[in-house]
Design a protein around this ligand. Sequence first.
Ligand code: SF4
Length: 436
Amino acid sequence: MNTYDSVRMAELLNGTGIYESVDDPAHADLIIFNTCHIREKAEDKLFSELGRMRKSLKGRDVRFAVGGCVAQAEGYQIFRRAPFVDLVFGPQNYHRLPRLLQRLEAGESRICDDAEHAESKFEALPDTRTGGPIASVAVQEGCDKFCAFCVVPFTRGREWSRPVDEILAEVTELARGGTREIHLLGQNVNAYKAMDGDGVDHDLALLIRQVALIDGIDRIRFVTSHPVDMNEDLVEVFGDVPELCAYLHLPIQSGSNRVLDGMERGHDVDAYRHWVKRLRETSPDIALASDFIVGFPGEDEAAFEETLAFVEEIGFDHAYSFKYSSRPGTPAAEMEHAVEESVKTERLARLQAVLNRHQEMKNKAQVGKIESVLVEGVSRRHSGEIMGRTSGMRTVNFAGSESLIGKIVSVQLTEGRANSLRGCLIDEECDRLDAE
Ligand code: SF4
């Protein structure tokens, strides 16, 4: 979501005719930090990056702005820790950037815009989109789930869905510009609920069906989903919309019902198991990804071992895992039975060892398959090679011309590694996702 917001900020400012994006901060007159508040480290990183960047500019007169969730949560406090910052704005206010910058130009200093505004930021953003082969479109924002550890409901606000027609118009514009893969974004994307211009209610499943009908869109993904908002319609689109990639990121956070209860996730392990079963029945090759937090208050060794057993049982294709870090203002920050830092570190290493083993096993199991791959760019690891992703979000590096960037090609997978695959180009033209 933050990447999407950053892209939209750049589009907004480029559209003013006053600002122009540059590749190197050394050439910038304005530097915007778009921040995440989900973990303590991200917040500390902001202040160290601000200091590092300022130092590297060696006294050059540059304006600094801080946007995103740290800006929303910290507001004026940011000026206390980094007095050289000129502007602070929340994630719902970035459409006001041109006006805020005008106020700075007019002589105001230290402006903080963290108030909620009645106007929709999406209505104020430019219609023109400049996506590459892959582009994101925000369809839903905010969260009503209030998990005990999370700041999102406080920084991004309550769940809110964009109107269907607005989304379809944005995707159509991107497809016209050559985008082939669309990522539908939301903090709880599968809580999506909105009407189209004819008054027809749409959930995420129906929205996906509509997006799939747009000429030029060959691949669709959506992120991030909540187990509580899963439903049969959404499972079925995996079976009958070929444009929908066989990949789902469905965070569970813990494999222990007691810990899930403490986290106030609103579901248990069995509910999650049910959706995995249904998804695999409907789309047998679906790649499943998840998120885990270790060391949540009250997580004892037995509860942690339940998580390990659950991970072994499901066999995730990919997962993000973190040590719990207390966020001020959340219920979990007040909880007793905190887990020692050293225990968290040790548990995270044990969990990641299992997750990594599964990921590598799953990658190796792909060897021999022919997959459609959307070429995203040049390989970072293998010079002279290009890279792209399979429907299941697996990165594949293979020899090929840079002229294939943006195309969907057929690739035979030849080697499975810990984090990626190697392959060899079979066909430079491939229809969407229907490689064998
Ligand atoms: S569902 Fe996700 S975004 Fe919402 S409160 Fe829980 S962790 Fe945060």
